[in-house]
Design a protein around this ligand. Structure first.
Ligand SMILES: [Zn+2]
Length: 474
């Protein structure tokens, strides 16, 4: 029998605010344990939450970019459960009137993934398990989160990864979150079931947690789908469970029967007033929405005829796209700018262990360098040498002048150098005359060497040809 995999994702994203959602504590990552806490985020008696407006603004930006309808008045609810990382024994979340609903995200292949809702909530603390004890760090308690819930529209691990990549790109471009999976600022739970191909009914699903990377998401989906299919094919029934992904064993491990929404005894939080988002606020945020990666891709291809690969690479990070556009705005031809950035800039960043946020060379310096090549002042090989010299600072034009790197386009000078080369390499000239085509390449290399590499290769090659042809006719 053919089986169809059905996946829905719940993604938690930490918002890039400086302070927490209901108090003034810092959201900095990596501080010493329990140093970024106060009575509010620790849930001490008498402490009252006050909503961080910046968190609302970022969440609304995300909702608009995901084509959601923003709820004019949303509400906060208490989700009750005890776990040591949650000192209040309830999480402030939104159930009955979430911030936004009914959005969608389009995958690169054009398929539309429906987003059923998006709500605001607070993060819990973090447990650190050691051999004989568990330590608790409450620094993360109260960090603002959005939870984005899709409809069951994805049909495999690759799909889930494609969705997450596009979601991450959108949120990073918006500045809503840094979306670092390795730091937990983007976390994803997978709901997966299988059904006979063509059936419209949903099978019993399991929830997969603890997916720390895109690779883990893909592998866990593949493993879990096969596990469920094996159960069904042997006549068994899938249990509605929560499973953990065991990265080392590369398998999903059932943890507990899945809770139902009623188990949490949600009720409206009496400490927080309803959250109103006005039409005016929506219009203001909508007008400030930046151009997103896939929109830039389409524009680069349309206006500058860049290939799919170029567009995708250049827009893979907001900072890289911004740098590229700056170089182009300074007059560099787009294709040249793209080649330099994807070739040399990315090469040096990786060699120097730098992130694209830290490109040391200025857009002006790179544009100048490209101009030097375009005008024929230096050739491509020299340009790479200059690039490496000025990558961490410096002016290409000054560098070229100071090191006498200008190439000669003076035909007489080049002709003289080629004549000298031919007279010193008679054997190769004879070889060429007797039909050995390779000899021309050798002579070309020797002539470039005589010129110290400072001449346009195409011109030198042309002159070598001319002089050889002349020898032949003599
Ligand atoms: Zn606090």
């Amino acid at each position: 029998m053919n089986w169809e995999i059905v996946i829905g994702l719940e993604t938690h994203v930490e918002l890039a605010t400086r302070s927490k959602i209901f108090c003034g504590c810092s959201t900095a990552f990596g501080a010493a344990p329990n140093t970024l806490c106060c009575p509010v985020c620790l849930g001490l008696p008498g402490a009252l939450p006050v909503l961080n407006e910046q968190a609302v603004e970022l969440a609304v930006k995300a909702a608009l970019a995901l084509n959601c309808t923003v709820t004019p008045v949303s509400r906060f609810d208490r989700k009750n459960y005890f776990y040591p990382d949650l000192p209040k024994a309830y999480q402030i979340s939104q159930l009955y009137a979430p911030l936004a609903r009914n959005g969608h995200l389009d995958l690169p292949d054009g398929r539309r993934i429906r987003i059923s809702e998006m709500h605001l909530e607070e993060d819990a603390g973090k447990l650190h398990h050691h051999d004989d004890r568990t330590a608790i760090d409450y620094n993360r308690c109260g960090v603002p989160l959005i939870e984005i819930v899709t409809a069951p529209d994805l049909s495999g691990g690759e799909d889930a990864v494609a969705y997450l990549e596009r979601l991450r790109s959108i949120l990073q471009y918006l500045g809503v979150s840094d979306c670092r999976m390795e730091e937990g600022s983007l976390r994803c739970d997978v709901n997966l079931s299988v059904r006979p191909a063509g059936s419209s009914e949903l099978g019993v699903r399991t929830e997969l947690k603890n997916l720390g990377s895109l690779r883990a998401v893909r592998l866990a989906c593949e493993y879990e789908a096969q596990r469920q299919i094996a159960i069904l094919e042997s006549g068994g029934q899938v249990r509605c469970q929560t499973c953990r992904w065991d990265e080392d064993a590369r398998r999903t491990v059932p943890m507990r029967d899945k809770e139902q929404v009623g188990d949490y005894r949600y009720f409206p939080d009496p400490d927080l007033p309803p959250l109103a988002v006005s039409g005016e606020q929506l219009n203001r945020l909508r007008s400030k929405q930046p151009e997103l990666a896939h929109e830039k891709c389409a524009r680069y291809a349309r206006d500058w005829s860049l290939s799919d690969y170029d567009c995708t690479t250049l827009t893979s990070r907001r900072e890289l796209a911004a740098f590229f556009e700056q170089v182009v705005s300074l007059g560099a031809p787009p294709k040249q700018a793209a080649n330099w950035i994807m070739g040399q800039v990315l090469r040096r960043l990786s060699a120097d262990g730098l992130d694209v946020e830290e490109i040391p060379i200025t857009a002006q310096a790179l544009a100048d360098l490209i101009h030097l090549v375009e005008r024929g002042t230096i050739n491509r090989n020299t340009a790479v040498e200059v690039f490496d010299a000025v990558f961490t600072g410096g002016d290409p034009t000054q560098y070229v002048r100071a090191h006498h790197l200008e190439q000669s386009s003076n035909t007489e000078q080049i002709t003289a150098a080629v004549e000298e080369t031919l007279s010193q390499n008679r054997k190769s000239v004879e070889d060429w005359l007797s039909g050995k085509e390779k000899a021309a390449g050798f002579l070309m290399g020797q002539a470039m060497r005589t010129l110290g590499g400072k001449a346009p290769p195409a011109l030198v090659s042309e002159i070598v040809r001319q002089l050889l042809e002349r020898e032949k006719s003599q």
